[in-house]
Ligand binder design. Structure first.
Ligand SMILES: [Zn+2]
Length: 88
């Protein structure tokens, strides 16, 4: 009567969902930036929206002089945003 110690290797499957899209904001993404207004020269803090993609371009008004900026945001792979503000 032999004891059959069958040591089956259980297949430990990785339960990672690489393509899972979180509804919330990735905590590693930069969500604000300081920019210098191209019109009045004031340094203004703006809020970024990482959910809008890694490369963005939009118009935002300066909160100091209310003139329209042409804002370009580019996220790198670490979640850091590079923000460029030009006269629109
Ligand atoms: Zn301004």
């Amino acid at each position: 009567m032999g004891y059959d110690g069958d040591d089956e290797d259980q297949d430990d499957r990785d339960r990672q969902d690489p393509g899972e899209d979180d509804a919330g904001t990735d905590p590693g993404m930069q969500t604000d930036a300081e920019v210098t207004c191209p019109y009045c020269g004031e340094v203004v803090q703006i809020t970024l929206d990482p959910d809008s993609g890694s490369a963005q371009e939009y118009v935002e008004d300066c909160e100091v002089c209310c003139r329209p900026w042409n804002v370009q945001v580019n996220y790198d792979e670490t979640g850091k945003a590079e923000v460029t503000v030009e006269q629109g």
